[in-house]
Design a protein around this ligand. Sequence first.
Ligand code: DI6
Ligand code: FE
Length: 395
Amino acid sequence: MLLTNATIATMDGPGPYGLIRDGAVALDGTQIAWVGPMDALPDGFRGGAKLDLAGRLVTPGLIDCHTHIVHGGNRAREFEMRLEGASYEDIARAGGGIVSTVTQTRAASEDALVAAALPRIDALIAEGVTTVEIKSGYGLDIDTEARMLRAARQIARLRPVQVQTSFLGAHAVPAGMNADAYLEDVCLPALAAAHAEGLVDAVDGFCEHIAFSPAQIRRLFDRAGALGLPVKLHAEQLSHQGGTQLAAEFGALSADHLEYADAGDAAAMARAGTVAVILPGAFYTLRETRPPPIAAFRTHGVAMALATDCNPGSSPMTSLLLAMNMGATLFRMTPEECLAGVTRHAARALGLTDRGSIAAGARADLAIWDVGHPAELTYRIGFNPLWKRVFGGEA
Ligand code: DI6
Ligand code: FE
């Protein structure tokens, strides 16, 4: 298939957005075969089916690189409690928060988890998302952690979307358990079991005063390394615990949230090539006031990704376009940084090298938009200009 008369944000340089006007993209099966200005199109790509885009914008298919989209139930009641004055930490300490979603997730079958997640997945797909990361972390027992990840794999069979899984057994300490005992007796065995079943693409944790300490996360990361799995970390979200430095030490794919990260953390991430995953939906929902150190990430050359963090507590959000708008308005990220954050840098945050930009040899995952300039994607609020999505070469 040949896409013609396209405005193309290749996200692959040179210049802002790697923008090509009056461009063409040739697809060959599941891959991009050629991209460039129409007048440079080699004769060999002129035959076959053509789709005239009449100047519409083509971007890489969007990538939501941080979600907890598989979970049981919802926390609308806690939303009310927070409006009445309780803090996120107050609710967590009172047995609500993550632990209450754990109760609802344990009670759900794999089919029920899939059925609950699909409308949320469909909302992402409707905005041009072609790859989504999905975490476990609401089971906190061996069976339920695996069941969540099976549900995540099942979503990729039911919908035209690629799923990358992350094992997040170290998300919270189950009620009535000691963190060290949970880690040794449940979390690490759950990781081994899920990995043996082929369910784990990466290992994640929550390094926070209401979750796990850096020393505990180190034990998790040592085990991940022994299994040959890459790591990522929820770090410096609510306080500065040192998780980012630890993640960098382990060459983590990403450190996520990062509101309390500092310039030293940014320098360590730059040295390690660790991506900063910025999650404005959680910042917004929790009405945080301290933004992540975007300027330091820029100065040190840390790649920034943006994601929904779709979860029932701190970010009940299923719009990656809204995450882009929040990244710009709340954190002053540029529209170009926002688009890179859901394409090129989101791919890096997942360790995927075959997507995230429009280039010969990349996967043919594309989003085609009824807009003239890429900044429009970040600028509008609650408006979806997607015209067509291409997944693995299939329109
Ligand atoms: N940080 C978050 O924002 C989510 N998980 C995490 O470690 C919140 C998850 C939840 O509240 O259910
Ligand atoms: Fe998260």
